[in-house]
Design a protein around this ligand. Structure first.
Ligand SMILES: CCCCCCCCCC(=O)SCCNC(=O)CCNC(=O)[C@H](O)C(C)(C)COP(=O)(O)OP(=O)(O)OC[C@H]1O[C@@H](n2cnc3c(N)ncnc32)[C@H](O)[C@@H]1OP(=O)(O)O
Length: 201
């Protein structure tokens, strides 16, 4: 079953997707392209000026970001509204786990042609959190233990998975992994404590 975070190719989702393209293209071009970077900076600053002039009060946007009780759309891992997010789109599997297929490009690079370890940690922390929501008991990350088994490749399809393993009082234990072509690159074990911060209303 597909989870309720599908990207809309309109509104802020469409603009965020365009910003993602810009980020990727900038990192790709660097200073060895023929692009007029000063002119590009002027055009991008003009876009930012327009957005900043029309932004709602911060509190209104925070309430809007946290509307409802389900998954968020603004977070930096799966949020289609957030250009920093790849973004991940999740599917629930019959065994109770969730998974997402994603291919990461140059903005997420750590070692050569490989995903930055901190990016893997971000994607796994969030995916474990979503797995908790999927299972029905959520919490705050108290501990996240990662093991990096093999470099995680850029430019190739990755599968990010997670499942809740146990709930013992307020302690929630959840595991996850990132795999490429069937090979496990990163595994994660998380301890979450059921004490979510209240959503702005
Ligand atoms: C559906 C939406 C999906 C969204 C997914 C989003 C996923 C994103 C997840 C995150 O990134 S959350 C942000 C990163 N995490 C934090 O900022 C958490 C910061 N820490 C805290 O807020 C508190 O320390 C915490 C809520 C984790 C615990 O505070 P409490 O005051 O509730 O804990 P308390 O001291 O009462 O301890 C409760 C139990 O948990 C244990 N515990 C608490 N913190 C621990 C810790 N860090 N490591 C191990 N055990 C810990 C503690 O020992 C105790 O065990 P016992 O009951 O057996 O005595």
């Amino acid at each position: 079953m597909t989870m309720d975070l599908q990207t809309e190719r309109c509104g802020v989702d469409g603009a965020a997707a365009a910003a993602r393209r810009v980020i990727d293209a900038l990192v790709r071009a660097g200073d060895i392209s023929g692009a007029d970077m000063a002119g590009i900076a002027d055009r991008l600053n003009a876009v930012a000026d327009d957005l900043e002039a029309q932004a709602p009060p911060l509190r209104d946007r925070l309430v809007n970001m946290w509307r409802g009780d389900g998954n968020t759309r603004h977070d930096p891992a799966a949020g289609p509204e957030n250009p920093i997010a790849p973004p991940l789109a999740y599917t629930g599997r019959p065994d109770g786990s969730i998974e997402s297929d994603v291919t990461l490009g140059l903005p997420y690079q750590g070692p050569p042609s490989s995903v930055h370890g901190g990016v893997s940690a971000l994607l796994l922390d969030h995916t474990l959190g979503v797995a908790n929501g999927w299972a029905g008991t959520s919490g705050m990350t108290a501990e996240l233990t990662l093991r990096y088994h093999h470099p995680t490749p850029l430019f190739e399809p990755l599968t990010v998975t997670a499942r809740q393993v146990s709930v013992d009082g307020r302690k929630i234990r959840t595991t996850g992994a990132i795999a490429a072509a069937g090979r496990t690159c990163v595994t994660a074990e998380g301890l979450f404590i059921a004490k979510p911060l209240p959503r702005p209303r």
